[in-house]
Every structure is written in C-alpha cells, then in structure tokens.
Design a protein around this ligand. Structure first.
Ligand code: HEC
Ligand code: HEC
Length: 448
C-alpha cells in the first residue's frame, strides 16, 4: 500500500514535471515563435511566372491582363520600376516615392477617406492632382469648437480647417518579405509584452532606459499589421493585392483596381486571374532575404563587430530587435513609434486654433511609423518613410521623440564609436544572389 502510494506520488511528480516542461516549451516556442526552419517556398514554375509579371511593363488593354490592363490611374507601369535597388525586389529612389493622402472627417461628411494620389492616368480626364483633391474636399471655413474653459464650456469659432493631408512614401525593399510574412502575430505581441514587463522591473529598480514601448497595430479583423510604413497590412498577399491596384491600376481577385479621384465606379474584370496573382505573390514571397556581410578588411571587420555591440548597448536594439519570431537578423519589432519631438506648447492666443483632429480609432497618428527592419539597410538609401534622410548617419540623428534617450546616448559616443555603428549598419546588405533586372530602363518613370 505504502509503496503504491510512493510510486503514485513519484508518478504524479513525474507527470507534473512533464506538464511543466511541456508548458515551458509551449510558452517559449509559441510565444517567442518557433525558429523558422523552412523558409518561404513555391514551385520554380510559379516563381518564374511571377517574375515575368513583376517585370512586365503594363499597357492599357494589355494582352497579359484579363481586364482593362494598366490604369485607369497608376504610378508606374511595372513593379520593377520602383523595386530595383540591389536587384529585382529592392527599394526605389526618391523619384519613386508614392503620395498617400488622408481626408479627415468634416462636419458634412464624417467618413475618413484615404488612398494614393496617382501620378498618371490612361485618360487625361482621370488625371489626379493635389488641386483636384482640395477641390473635392475643400477646407472648412470658420469651424466652431466647444472646449471646457475655466468658467464652464466655451464655444469658439476657429480659423479654417483643411481636412486634406498628404505624405510622400518611399518604396521599401521587398527582400525577405516572405520571412516577415511567416512571423506569427503572437511573436510580435509577445515581444511587446516582454518589453512592458521589463520596463516595470526596471522602474522598480529605479532604472529608466527612457525608450517607450511602441504600439501594436491590430487591424479591424484582429490580425497584427507588419507590412507598409505604418504596419497597415497583416499579410504579404494583402499588400501585393493593394500594390497591384494602387501602383499599376491592376485589379486582382481580392482587390479592385484603384478608381480615379472623383470618378468612382469604373469597374473592370480583375486584370490578374487567381493563378497569375498567386504567381506574383510567390515571386515576392521567395525573394532572397538580406544578409550580414562582414567587411573584408580586418580593421573594418573589428569596427563592425564593435559597432554591433554599440547598437545593443546604446539602445537601438530596443526597437530594432535583432531576432523576432524565429527570424534572425531582422532588426525590427514591427511596432509603431513617434520619432518627432512633441509640438511645442502653443503660446497664448494660439491655443485651440488647431483643435485635435478627429481620427478613426484604428488609424495611427500622423507622427507614428513602424520600426522598419534594418536588414539590407546598407543598400536601401535614402531613409525614413519619406526618404528625406540621405545617409545612415542622417537617419540615426533624426531619431527623437520615443527614441530621444537613445539619441542622447548616441550623441555621447566618441567619433570612433559612432563610425563603428555606421560600419556595422553597412554590413546589412541586400542579398548578393538577387536577380538582376532584365531591362534597367524600366526604373525611369514614364507615362507613355
Ligand atoms: C510607384 C512606385 C511603386 C510601384 C510601381 C510598386 N510599389 Fe511597392 N511600394 C512602393 C511604396 C512607396 C511602398 C511603401 C508604401 C507604404 O508603406 O505605404 C511599397 C511597398 C511595397 C510592399 C510592402 C513591403 C514591406 O515590407 O512593407 C510590397 C509587398 C510591395 N510594395 C509590392 C509591390 C508589388 C508586387 C508591385 C507591383 C504590383 C509594387 N509593389 C509596385 C512603391 C511602389
Ligand atoms: C523607439 C524606437 C527606436 C529606437 C530606439 C531606434 N529606432 Fe531606428 N527607427 C525607428 C522607427 C520608428 C523608424 C522609422 C521612422 C520613419 O520612417 O519615420 C526608424 C528608422 C531607422 C533607420 C532608417 C531605416 C530605413 O529603412 O529607412 C535607421 C538606419 C535606424 N532607424 C537606425 C537606428 C539606430 C542605429 C538606432 C540607435 C542609435 C535606432 N535606429 C534606434 C525606431 C527606433
């Protein structure tokens, strides 16, 4: 009897240990993300078809299209036109920036509109411009706002409110996009929770690193955004569909082609059929991932290794975390941050002239941007969402706001250490096996 109970106790302890170990493994893998052993894959045939579609220069009523082909409005005639630096799928230069717009809710129209302002149209009647956008959504003259004043609510009339806002966005490199697609939502959320918890421990020890933890972009359907400068897309397939529709005016089975501003309802059959769209996604998904290439020169190699340490010790790695969700060397947490300093407190008389802008709950603030993955960064100049930072050095010193503490620590570094940090970033290269463009002249934007 006694031995049975000892045995059963042992068995119980054994089972408990097993369950704990299994729970630990589950926790470690499912929350941090399984190391991804098999990267994105697709058949050689699909990839080859996708490459043709990526490089194809589209025409109106194109023989490859099942609808009306290029347009009605578009920014370029091929994907390769904007994604080419360091090989097919890379980033683009400033001249390949796309213009995004937002129209904030107005008293007579409470809808929040957003989209792209296209550079070209197949028919001059559809040509878009900032002037047209402003004509369609004019500034609201003399808006009345209510605010609580010292002696109760006050209503004032404020100067005109311009609901239109535009932004110039740089074409990002797509190398390794299929790996980003494989990172689980859980891994992104878990990393954020881990940083929040570490922050609490640090606070209890009265240590502050001063780096705010960014916002997770949860889309209305519950998925976690990670593609695009504002993490507006949760999957590569979604982004490719939007890119077809907005950049080239190609409808796909999932997304209709972009309609010209002020002329909605120009319907056409999807330009790409299911098979073509799958092939295009397969090509983008299997683009090789960026690599870390140490310099050949021994002294430079030492400097790069030292720079990699500084990257961590100075605090860059808080946001640009080296490994996430089983993907190593990605250098991003995919969270949203504000890197601008807060606007100065307005002086007397100015207060309230610009009331807070009404925004939908799920739209990030205009100052919020996603931490971009730094893999391949040496080959994707210029930098930041608008491409207004020509060099890596310029990009580093532009970090303020949520990264202020890190920028201050960076400013304290010796000139040698600062150089070492840039030398390290210089090792993060586009994949050397990227496919060269068949026709490099496609990168010259043209509407003819
Ligand atoms: C006119 C230039 C232009 C063309 C043409 C273009 N893109 Fe892009 N692409 C951009 C810009 C700008 C961004 C960043 C947009 C953003 O974040 O809102 C981008 C971002 C992307 C991303 C998101 C990458 C990431 O990691 O966030 C994907 C995927 C993409 N493009 C695929 C394509 C495909 C496929 C095509 C062809 C159908 C295409 N693009 C055509 C300019 C272009
Ligand atoms: C608080 C989070 C945070 C910290 C800390 C941080 N970054 Fe960033 N980093 C960002 C965000 C967000 C962007 C994109 C901003 C934008 O586009 O407006 C960015 C952009 C960049 C870019 C440009 C990338 C591109 O593709 O355009 C580089 C390079 C960069 N960071 C390097 C660094 C280095 C080096 C450090 C440390 C000195 C650092 N970052 C610290 C969040 C951070």
């Amino acid at each position: 009897m006694r031995s049975w109970s000892l045995n059963s106790q042992r068995r119980l302890i054994g089972t408990a240990a097993l369950v704990t170990a299994a729970a630990g493994i589950y926790w470690a893998f499912f929350s941090e993300g399984f190391p991804i052993l098999w990267g994105p894959s697709a058949s050689a045939e699909e990839i080859a078809e996708g490459r043709e579609l990526f490089e194809h220069v589209w025409e109106p009523h194109d023989p490859l299209a099942h609808g009306d082909g290029l347009g009605p409005v578009f920014n370029a005639r091929s994907c390769a036109a904007c994604h080419f630096q360091g090989g097919l799928g890379g980033g683009g230069g400033l001249e390949h920036n796309a213009v995004a717009f937002e129209v904030l809710p107005r008293p007579d129209d409470r809808t929040f509109h957003n989209g792209g302002l296209h550079q070209f149209s197949v028919d001059p009647a559809f040509q878009e411009s900032l002037e047209l956008l402003k004509r369609l959504y004019p500034a609201v003259a003399n808006r009345t706002v209510s605010a609580s004043g010292e002696c109760g609510p006050v209503t004032r009339t404020v100067a005109g409110f311009n609901p239109v806002r535009t932004e110039s966005l740089q074409a990002t490199a797509l190398f390794g996009a299929g790996w980003i697609d494989l990172i689980s939502d859980k891994a992104i959320a878990y990393n954020r929770r881990k940083r929040l918890a570490q922050g609490i421990v640090k606070e209890m020890n009265l240590e502050f690193d001063g780096v705010a933890v960014g916002k997770l972009r949860t889309l209305p359907d519950g998925r976690v955004g990670r593609f695009g400068w504002r993490a507006q897309s949760a999957s590569l397939q979604d982004f490719v569909g939007t890119a077809c529709a907005n950049e080239i005016g190609l409808g796909t089975p999932d997304v209709e082609q972009a309609s010209p501003l002020g002329a909605p309802g120009l319907k056409s059959a999807p330009d790409l059929d299911k098979k073509q769209f799958r092939a295009l996604v397969a090509f983008v998904k299997t683009l090789p991932r960026p690599v870390e290439i140490p310099p050949e020169d021994a002294a430079q190699r030492l400097a790069a290794a030292h720079g990699k340490e500084i990257f961590k010790s100075v605090g860059c790695a808080a946001c640009h975390i080296p490994d996430l969700g089983g993907v190593s060397g990605i250098y991003s947490d995919f969270l949203l941050y504000t890197l601008d300093d807060p606007a100065p407190t307005p002086g007397p008389g100015i207060y309230g002239d610009q009331p807070p802008e009404p925004r939908p709950d799920d739209a990030p603030n205009p100052s919020e941007w996603k931490t971009p993955p730094l893999w391949g960064v040496a080959d994707s100049a210029p930098y930041f969402h608008d491409g207004m930072s020509p060099t890596l050095q310029d990009a580093i010193v532009r970090h303020r706001g949520d990264a202020r503490a890190v920028s201050e620590a960076y400013a304290q570094l010796s000139a040698e250490d600062k150089q070492a940090l840039v030398t390290f970033l210089g090792t993060l290269r586009a994949p050397p096996n990227a496919t060269p463009l068949r026709d490099p002249s496609v990168t010259e934007l043209a509407n003819k």
